[in-house]
Write a protein that binds this ligand. Structure first.
Ligand code: ADP
Ligand code: MG
Length: 322
């Protein structure tokens, strides 16, 4: 006989993972109770992932579970907050215990790493989809917001971009990659690293931040609009995943890096006076901070080549994958 909804929750989600002292009541009641630290601010974000839209049916359930939490942790990182509590609403077409076990394994691996506790959720019958809501904590006024970039700021990217874009390109066009390259870039797509520690360390030296989920051009433009500023970036400065350069001609690599999403690296702006501090923090935490351009008064986003001529983007990220 198949398990009831409550038995499934008990078995797969009510697990003794990263139990936090500030959780008064976790899974099992009508709602959870947490005890937020006095004098700090709560940072809350939610994301829904639908099969066929945000992930594919045949992806490994452990990767799906890992990624569902990772993209939420990335939003918390982009605010320079400390993640604390998470809820998970899961819609399943059928009860597949192997799938649930693997999904939970991926999800809890990351939850443990960041000491985030699953405090509740929902389990319903329907098309495969999941909604993760995450709650983080930040010192008052210390969150990195999109509306705080200032003219003169240096624009930084963490680590490198383009890997997840190449992974999607390869999946959608059946473009063949060497086995080691395939493994490396699929990992960027399926298991992105939320830059929590880095963002926490950078918060007092930075102005604005956003995580790159929709592509650098799209996401940086959100910062520019919110902050009422513009920017120039130089394509030769973009930290592009080295694997991308092996498979795409130079301009196509630039275009992919500008338009493809799903890397979940951070784009951070910081004043010139903090340059040494910002780059030093990157080195200390083994995540390079690459300067790609400057915030300017003049509205709009200008993509330039080294010689100052404009770099024309012909497609958007999604057109690559149609
Ligand atoms: P209710 O009928 O009050 O909505 P549920 O039966 O949906 O209660 O949930 C019972 C308990 O299990 C609640 O504490 C709820 O937060 C938790 N829960 C339900 N689904 C999940 C899930 N997928 N992950 C974690 N906790 C869950
Ligand atoms: Mg319910």
């Amino acid at each position: 006989m198949s398990l009831t909804e409550f038995e499934l929750i008990q078995r797969y989600f009510n697990q003794a993972h990263s139990l936090r002292h500030d959780v008064v009541l976790g899974i099992g009641d009508d709602a959870a109770i947490v005890s937020p630290p006095i004098g700090k601010e709560l940072v809350i974000s939610v994301d829904t992932l639908h099969v066929g839209v945000h992930f594919e049916q045949h992806w490994s359930p452990a990767d799906i579970g890992y990624r569902a939490l990772a993209v939420n942790l990335s939003d918390i990182a982009a605010m320079a907050a400390e993640p604390a509590w998470v809820t998970l609403a899961l819609s399943l077409p059928e009860v597949d215990e192997h799938w649930l076990a693997a999904f939970g394994q991926g999800f809890f691996t990351l939850a443990d790493e960041y000491e985030v506790q699953l405090i509740g959720g929902d389990l319903v019958h329907g098309p495969l989809s999941m909604t993760v809501q995450i709650h983080g904590i930040v010192e008052q006024g210390m969150a990195l917001r999109r509306d705080a970039a200032q003219p003169g700021d240096i624009i930084y990217l963490t680590n490198h971009i383009g890997a997840a874009g190449l992974a999607l390109l390869s999946l959608h066009t059946k473009k063949r990659l060497a086995a080691a390259d395939h493994t490396a870039i699929m990992r960027h797509l399926f298991r992105p690293t939320p830059r929590i520690k880095l963002a926490r360390a950078l918060a007092s030296s930075s102005h604005a931040a956003i995580d790159i989920s929709d592509g650098l051009l799209a996401d940086l433009s959100h910062v520019l609009r919110a902050s009422d500023v513009g920017a120039s970036i130089t394509v030769e400065c973009l930290p592009i995943c080295p694997v991308v350069h092996q498979y795409l001609p130079q301009d196509a690599a630039y275009e992919l890096a500008l338009t493809a999403g799903d890397d979940y690296e951070l784009c951070i702006t910081a004043p010139v006076t903090k340059q040494a501090i910002v780059e030093g923090i990157g080195q200390r935490l083994h995540c390079p901070m690459t300067a790609i351009g400057k915030i300017e008064k003049q509205p709009g986003l200008r993509c330039l080549r080294n010689d100052g001529t404009p770099f024309k983007v012909t497609k958007t990220g999604y057109l690559h994958f149609q």
